[in-house]
Design a protein around this ligand. Structure first.
Ligand SMILES: [Zn+2]
Length: 146
């Protein structure tokens, strides 16, 4: 976080006092950009922009779980981006059976454990309710119940 023009790196915890570093989110110890958008690996550990970009190149890493139910494809995905306002690093996505690339993000999560829980809950729910899709409210209720 930035306090009095000092950037404390979210990855390594080093305070960076160079004026441009705090403005640009650059950490002199990591030699990388670590702020204001934060990145986390699939275990939720903070990482640098460069580390995140390298992980993204391996596309299979982004799909944590994948199954087909009632002709819909359900995936738990990792994006690794968490800006603290709207983006969360894990998500549950649903792909319709007609083969279009359109996807519906059912819900976003802060942790791998949460998205794994939601994936299992939604897969069970869809198996029990053929032809209908869960709303975000249903996903939330399913997670509360487990
Ligand atoms: Zn750092």
């Amino acid at each position: 976080m930035i306090v009095d023009d000092v950037l404390t790196c979210p990855v390594c915890g080093t305070p960076n006092r160079a004026p441009d570093d705090a403005t640009n989110g650059y950490c002199g110890r990591c030699h990388d950009f670590t702020w204001p958008v934060k990145f986390v690996d699939i275990h939720g550990h903070p990482m640098t922009l460069t580390g995140w970009a390298k992980l993204c190149e391996a596309i299979a890493v982004r799909i944590l779980a994948d199954t087909t139910i009632d002709s819909y494809r359900l995936r738990a995905i990792w994006t690794g981006v968490c800006d603290g306002l709207c983006a969360m690093p894990f998500g549950l996505a649903l792909y319709p059976p007609d083969g279009r690339r359109h996807l519906t993000v059912l819900e976003e999560f802060n942790s791998r454990a949460e998205v794994d829980l939601a994936f299992t809950a939604v897969a069970l729910w869809m198996g029990a309710h053929p032809g209908t899709l869960p709303t975000a409210a249903v996903v939330h209720d399913l997670m509360e119940a487990r």
